[in-house]
Design a protein around this ligand. Structure first.
Ligand SMILES: Cc1cc2nc3c(=O)[nH]c(=O)nc-3n(C[C@H](O)[C@H](O)[C@H](O)COP(=O)(O)OP(=O)(O)OC[C@H]3O[C@@H](n4cnc5c(N)ncnc54)[C@H](O)[C@@H]3O)c2cc1C
Length: 479
């Protein structure tokens, strides 16, 4: 059976048109009957005003609105293995600050709550008699689980979610999610003809917060981190939009396909990912700018390839939605356990850029210093982790999750599954020849030198599985 879903935007427009034709007294009573008193808008990876249809819907349906973002305690714990890197925290703080200031221009205020989301929402429901909760749909399994549990627990509350994180919204898929192809190519063929909706304009007004709400001084309680004044990226919707205009304004899109595999620099790829991942920009906004460029400047294979890569992002988003918790399972979606083990020393060396592979070390040093790594670099470090170091891929994915400014749950874990041979790769085994890759992508050793890739120990293991010291000569033979 074809998957048929109502387009909520069209439905809303039709309803508004219908209601506006009613006599005034009927219109008022209908408005009162349908108006929910206090609504809650739960921001996640949609830290923006433009192309946020769920926010627009909330703005039309409630009298009072609480806009809130949850930073779970795990992200704040400095010693916790799940804590976020300073790069991620900085970008997030900048993005939240800007969102807060945009909300304030419409009489709103962002509440940032440092608790687990279900607990925070439960308290807000009780304190403010919430009657509707809104959010943008997300591929994040744990957020979706929270949402599901909240819906179960509060059946009297209206729960609204709208898809705006991907180019193609879940409602536009022409097949049920369970039938998502296991390869990207088959997915692309199925969706390429789908017309991508335009980005939705930002709301022009927002309902006020309830009077009883205390003003949140969230900046004071934000986790401490060492600020990097020369960070490559600044968070926020305005910065993201500036970067988007700058990228297309410099005609870089016309040569994207030729340059996208390079390792270093700001111009060889679009660098949209930090803003996309935090939701400061939506994929549809990027697509609108790309189409405009194609119409006004040039349309070629490179401009198509930007769309192609955005489709990869969509694919992993649907993949995460389809497979849920299996995105994080050792045997992946293939249910095939890779033969790996856990070597503490190898893991540490990989994280610190101290493996016997200079190209991998350079990439890890770049990642640790900037919070960003090229796509080629990510493939090389992941391949090394899985195939050369024989480590459990999930530890590598978790390390990137903490470090990457552009961390996106679906793209990160989906790509790692792919490279570990337990995901959507039809070839099933993708091991990069690291010295050949270094020759092709860093022929003059410039990248390796810049990121100190050669400052490393030539020895991979100094102890054996029983923690027994291995002599240098024995180790050298094994490598
Ligand atoms: C092991 C590994 C982990 C990764 N983790 C992440 C992650 O956490 N977050 C993330 O956004 N991307 C991730 N990627 C995908 C890709 O490396 C980055 O999206 C890209 O490097 C970001 O830089 P850019 O914006 O300049 O990309 P561009 O090359 O300019 O591509 C344009 C956009 O297309 C999307 N895109 C490009 N390549 C991919 C891809 N392979 N998978 C999904 N989307 C893609 C991104 O949104 C990107 O911003 C990962 C790739 C690998 C191999």
């Amino acid at each position: 059976m074809p998957h048929q879903e109502v387009d909520p935007k069209a439905l809303m427009e039709r309803t508004v048109t219908l209601i506006s034709t009613l006599p005034h007294h009927l219109f008022i009573s209908l408005k009162e009957a349908f108006m929910h008193k206090t609504g809650l808008f739960w921001f996640n990876t949609d830290l923006r005003m433009v192309d946020n249809p769920a926010l627009v819907q909330a703005s039309r349906e409630v009298e009072h609105l609480i806009c809130f973002y949850c930073l779970s305690p795990v992200s704040r714990e400095k010693t916790s293995p799940n804590s976020l890197s300073a790069h991620r925290l900085q970008f997030l703080q900048e993005s939240l600050t800007e969102l807060d200031s945009n909300l304030q221009q419409l009489g709103q205020k962002l509440q940032v709550i440092y608790e687990s989301a279900p607990e925070a929402i439960a308290q807000l429901i009780t304190l403010h008699d919430i009657s509707a909760i809104y959010r943008s749909s997300s591929p994040d399994y744990s957020i979706n689980e929270d949402w599901r549990l909240l819906k179960e627990r509060y059946s009297m509350i209206k729960f609204v979610q709208q898809g705006s994180s991907s180019l193609i919204s879940p409602a536009q898929l022409t097949f049920p999610l369970e039938e998502l192809p296991t390869s990207f190519t088959k997915f692309r063929r199925k969706v390429e003809s789908i017309q991508i909706n335009d980005a939705v304009a930002a709301p022009t007004s927002l309902p006020r917060p309830p009077t009883r709400i205390t003003t949140s001084q969230w900046q004071r309680n934000f986790p401490a981190f060492r600020k990097n004044p020369s960070s490559l990226f600044s968070g926020g919707e305005v910065q993201g939009t500036k970067h988007l205009c700058n990228y297309f304004g410099r005609n870089l899109a016309s040569s994207y396909k030729q340059t996208r595999n390079e390792l270093d620099g700001m111009d060889y790829s679009t660098k949209f990912s930090p803003w996309l991942a935090n939701g400061c920009l939506s994929a549809r906004t990027v697509m609108t700018a790309l189409s405009h460029y194609e119409q006004s400047v040039e349309k070629n294979e490179s401009t198509y390839w930007i769309y192609f890569e955005l489709l990869w992002r969509d694919y992993f988003h649907f993949y995460a939605l389809k497979y849920g918790v299996r995105l994080f399972s050792f045997d992946g979606i293939k249910r095939q356990k890779p033969s790996t083990s856990y070597y503490a020393e190898r893991y540490q060396k990989w994280c610190q850029g101290n493996t016997p592979y200079p190209i991998v070390n350079a990439c890890m040093n770049q990642l640790n210093s900037t919070g960003y790594l090229s796509n080629r670099g990510r493939q090389l470090v992941a391949s090394c982790f899985v195939h050369e170091l024989n480590l459990d891929w999930r530890y590598g994915a978790a390390y990137l999750e903490r470090q990457l400014i552009d961390y996106d749950v679906a793209s990160n874990w989906g790509n790692w599954q792919y490279l570990a041979g337990v995901g959507s790769d039809p070839r099933g085994h993708r091991q990069f020849d690291l010295s050949k890759q270094a020759k092709v992508y860093d022929p003059g050793n410039v990248f390796i030198k810049k990121w100190a890739g050669e400052n490393c120990s030539a020895i991979l293991d100094s102890v054996d599985a029983a923690d027994w010291p291995i002599s240098d000569s024995a180790t050298a033979e094994r490598i």
